[in-house]
Design a protein. Structure first.
Length: 458
């Protein structure tokens, strides 16, 4: 990224972003109270929210929906309209931020083609929408165990339909959080933005025809930039960012693999859970490119990983590749439902900087480093990041500022050059100290699999 990139990223939010987020805050506060018992303050917040959309196609429907809800006539169609309006408002914030980031990185972005969806499991989706509508009427402070449990049968049905897995996992996660927090009225602080995000996305994902499955098959060479590890108590996901050379051009893509887990499996052992993808793990650990054949690629830039359609190729230096290829690769367009500030995670290459505390500085400009996202399953540590002068990372918008999450770094340690990538330990840790510690603790994944197999044999 050029020095001007730092200048643009540290110049504050684009005009109108703070005001738009303030309107979303007002909507979320009303949702917390419940649309079934709005006070004067919440009614005014909803009116201001709808007023901000007056010049858009959603302006009329949003104003009508707010008018009906304030009058006490809450219908599912009105709630669906407001969920769409909230998503559109946050989408405008996303677009403004991403346009600034693309300008800073000198990045070209493709248009996102409209994709139709399949109308499947209509009864289950209708049941989920009805549950989400009950949540909105009751408000978060009105949520109790009985209300949360009403979703179980519908979510269980959705989980059995692969094409609806995204909606099912989202709703299952929301229900789990609400169940763990019930009764919500006793909570000191409610995660209003997070729960409202999940509610609005759930409403839109469960509408008729929302299950988009369109994807084109591509063949080419995938050059890996880095791996981003998302760890939860019950699951782990590794999202690999890279440049796909196909059809005579280069474009940014990402692919994800995931597995269930228990909270006792942490650190380098997480990679063992993904051993169903040996080709991908080999490419990460040995820093090789991947030759993919007829692998589905969605318009969003998501490569649907199939390990059987890939083979590891030659070794590739990710830093040299990022320095040459990253600025030239075309970024994918962003689908409407994915246009949200928290979903921005753009790969960049940064060099020639120094690290001061929690900031990365270049030419007198500073960008915060997201140390909290560094996973314990790889060799990229806070100490190594602080000693680095080059990195491949993801730029995110978090808490009103841009932050960089390092995926790979080049540093000087004890006067020796060192480079490290998050995926270096995909086939097992290479650090002798970490390997020794792992040997002491034993093979937790193997033990749990053996116990599970024993139970299944009974």
């Amino acid at each position: 990224m050029r020095a001007v990139g730092f200048e643009e990223l540290t110049g504050g939010a684009p005009a109108g972003v703070d005001e738009a987020l303030g309107l979303v805050d007002g909507f979320d506060a009303a949702l917390t109270s419940g649309f079934g018992r709005l006070g004067a303050e919440q009614s005014a917040a909803l009116a201001a929210f709808a007023g901000a959309l007056a010049g858009s196609p959603l302006g009329g429907p949003a104003a009508e929906a707010v008018e009906k809800i304030v009058a006490g006539a809450v219908a599912e169609a009105h709630l669906l309209t407001l969920a769409g309006a909230r998503t559109a408002l946050l989408g405008s914030v996303h677009d403004a931020l991403l346009a600034g980031l693309d300008g800073a990185a000198g990045r070209t972005r493709a248009e996102c083609a409209a994709v139709g969806g399949d109308d499947i499991a209509a009864n289950l989706l209708a049941g989920c929408r009805s549950w989400l509508a009950e949540l909105a009427i009751a408000g978060w402070r009105g949520v109790d165990h009985d209300l949360v449990s009403a979703a179980d049968q519908f979510v269980e049905g959705l989980l059995k339909e692969p094409r609806l897995r995204g909606a099912a996992v989202l709703l299952d996660g929301l229900a789990a959080e609400l169940r763990a927090s019930s009764p919500v009225a006793t909570m000191e602080t409610i995660p209003e933005r997070r729960w409202a995000d999940l509610w609005a996305r759930g409403m839109l994902l469960t509408r008729s025809g929302a299950a988009a499955t369109a994807a084109d098959e591509v063949s080419g060479r995938l050059l890996v930039l880095g791996a981003d590890v998302h760890e939860h108590g019950t699951s782990v996901q590794v999202q690999v960012h890279g440049v796909l050379e196909a059809d005579g051009g280069a474009r940014l893509v990402r692919t994800s693999v995931a597995a269930p887990k228990v909270d006792t499996i942490t650190g380098p052992q997480l990679w063992r859970l993904l051993d169903a993808c040996p080709t991908l793990l080999k490419a990460l650990a040995e820093r090789r490119c991947l030759n993919v054949t007829d692998m589905p690629l969605r318009p969003s830039g998501d490569l649907i990983w199939d390990d059987g359609k890939a083979r590891a190729g030659k070794e590739v230096d990710p830093f040299a590749m990022a320095r040459v290829q990253l600025a030239e690769a075309v970024a994918p367009g962003v689908p409407p439902l994915d246009r949200h500030p928290v979903r921005i995670a753009e790969p960049v290459f940064l060099e020639g900087y120094t690290v001061n505390g929690t900031s990365l500085e270049l030419d007198g400009r500073a960008v915060d480093i997201d140390f909290e996202r560094l996973p314990a399953c790889g060799p990229v540590t806070p100490e190594l990041v602080r000693a680095s002068s080059s990195c491949i990372g993801l730029v995110r918008w978090d808490g009103g500022v841009w932050r960089v999450q390092p995926l790979a770094v080049q540093a000087t340690v004890r006067k020796k050059p060192v480079d490290a990538c998050t995926g270096d330990w995909a086939l097992g840790p290479t650090d002798p100290k970490v390997l020794k510690a792992a040997n002491r603790t034993g093979d937790a994944v193997g033990v749990l699999r053996e116990r599970a197999g024993r139970l299944l044999r009974k």
